[in-house]
Design a protein. Structure first.
Length: 283
């Protein structure tokens, strides 16, 4: 609540039992709890029957500036509201009523939360100690720290959201990309399955490298022996003509030779067994 020094303003309280007009009183104390305006029940009205909302519209603010507390009580239960008296705020009943109307919604919301705070028995008047300026300053400092922490968290979130694209992909685009990934994964899985089918055929206990080396060494010996044989064959094949006769040509030559031999034999068969007869016949 704000008010100007010595100016009439309206004080309001709610959330207390109804029907307390004449019993409910109000006073103003300073930050140290000293009474500045004495407790009074005069001028306090309940705005409607059974509402539990009380108004005193003829309260006069203290003539000095500073922090004060408006304290309401019915002799057992207490309620309080901060009062700041300053020349920076020109308070009249009209402006006070306007402010009350403007903040009524917020006050109701705050009250709804504070009503959830558990409390003990009624606080005796002698036990009530209003907060002093140092306590208020400490509370403000703690709130400032909390706000700074919250601001840091907000800045961290903003740093991440600033990296988001101005036009994020639609859900359908993301779904299409995921579908393509599924297809590629299926293809890759098929390839992996093919590789696995081959690796499954490998022996459970493959030969050691030393065993393979021994077998390879044996193969080297056999290859060397085979190479010697190949070299010997090559020595002979090197003497073959570059263009050997075909088998058909050789067969034809053999036939020709056989025919020639046949003719020679026919002639030699006419030769006498005795050489003398040959000479006579020739003469």
């Amino acid at each position: 609540m704000l008010a100007s020094p010595g100016v009439t303003f309206t004080a309001t309280t709610y959330g207390v039992p109804p029907g307390l007009v004449g019993t409910l009183g109000v006073k103003i104390v300073d930050g140290n709890g000293a009474v500045v305006v004495a407790r009074t029940t005069a001028g306090i009205v309940e705005i409607s029957s059974e509402s539990g909302v009380y108004v005193k519209d003829d309260f006069v603010a203290p003539v000095i500036e500073g922090y004060f507390v408006i304290v309401w009580d019915d002799g057992e239960t207490f309620a309080s509201e901060d009062l700041w008296v300053t020349q920076m705020f020109v308070s009249t009943k009209a402006t006070t009523d306007a402010i009350y109307a403007a903040v009524d919604t917020e006050i109701g919301a705050i009250k709804a939360k504070t009503d959830l705070i558990p409390v003990g028995g009624p606080l005796a008047a002698s036990a009530y100690v209003p907060p002093d300026n140092a306590t208020i300053a400490s509370i403000y400092a703690a709130v400032d720290t909390e706000i700074a922490t919250l601001q840091a968290a907000i800045n961290a979130v903003k740093a991440k959201t600033d990296n988001l694209p101005l036009d994020p992909a639609d859900a359908s685009d993301v779904a299409a990309l995921i579908g393509n990934l599924d297809t590629e994964i299926d293809t890759l899985q098929a390839t992996v399955n093919g590789v696995k089918a081959k690796t499954d055929a490998l022996p459970s206990d493959p030969a050691d490298a030393s065993v393979l080396a021994s077998q390879i060494s044996g193969l080297d010996t056999e290859i060397d022996a085979l190479q010697s044989t190949v070299n010997a064959v090559k020595v002979k094949t090197d003497n073959l003509p570059i263009d050997p006769a075909d088998a058909s040509d050789i067969n034809a030559l053999i036939v020709t030779v056989n025919n020639t031999l046949g003719l020679i034999k026919e002639k030699t068969d006419l030769i006498a067994d005795e050489p003398e007869l040959l000479s006579v016949e020739l003469g």
